[in-house]
Design a protein around this ligand. Structure first.
Ligand SMILES: [Zn+2]
Length: 235
């Protein structure tokens, strides 16, 4: 039996987004050995860190196309490290604090994705000449793309002090609630605008913090006005 291969449904980031030690792997290692060598009890931590999937067929696709694996396990269902292979094989080791996304993180990602990938959001345009700031459908499409491909991560943390927050140091949107109220959705839009300015900062475009914050609220309110049809929320 040959391994089943499936291209990952989400375009993966390879190598993983943040610099991490790269190790060469050979027939002497497998996922369990690598996990034990790096003080991880679950080999899936390393698989998810490298390939951002828990789907076995997608893992096989990654091993085949990214690592050049051709050697298969005894039952023939999966690839493993070592010869025959098409190249030297390397994997990345997450730092000890890194944790794989939980199912709640996945739910948060789905929520953010479903809120932003809408005609309402992608049709938002705002510009404040006084601040020299603007956001366009093009900017929202770019943020959607970064979220859809998980270059911007989404995490759920019920103890987080804000309903939503974009953290530029880790390119992550954190949600503390997973409800789809108009207010919560508007906060996701607010954070997406922060994410857009952060993205533009990496291209040398800067906004003053207070002006960026005001602008995010303006866009958030524009969004609310659109989804509530002009009826302002009562609280
Ligand atoms: Zn803000």
């Amino acid at each position: 039996m040959a391994p089943k291969l499936e291209k990952p449904a989400t375009d993966l980031v390879w190598p993983p987004k943040f610099p991490s030690p790269k190790v060469e792997v050979t027939a002497a290692e497998d996922w369990w050995i690598l996990a034990a060598m790096n003080s991880r009890s679950d080999p899936w931590d390393l698989i998810v860190y490298n390939f951002q999937t828990r789907d076995c067929n997608e893992v096989n696709w990654c091993l085949h196309h990214l690592l050049g694996c051709r050697r298969t396990t005894q039952n023939g269902r999966n690839y493993e490290f070592g010869t025959p292979c098409t190249q030297k094989q390397y994997l990345y080791i997450p730092n000890p604090a890194w944790q794989p996304p939980s199912s709640a993180d996945d739910d948060a990602w789905e929520l953010v994705r479903s809120v932003l990938n809408t005609a309402t959001v992608k049709g938002l345009y705002a510009s404040v000449g006084e601040f020299g700031l603007s956001i366009s459908p093009h900017d929202f499409s770019r943020i959607c793309d970064l979220i859809n491909t998980k270059r911007i991560a989404v995490r759920f943390d019920r103890h987080h002090p804000h309903a939503a927050e974009y953290v530029s140091a880790s390119d992550t949107i954190i949600l503390s609630e997973l409800t789809r109220t108009a207010i919560n959705r508007s906060m996701i839009v607010h954070e997406a605008v922060h994410a857009s300015f952060d993205d533009r900062r990496s291209q040398g475009v800067y906004a003053r913090v207070i002006q960026e914050e005001c602008f995010c609220y303006i866009v958030q309110m524009l969004y609310l006005q659109k989804v509530l049809g002009g009826t302002w929320p009562s609280h």
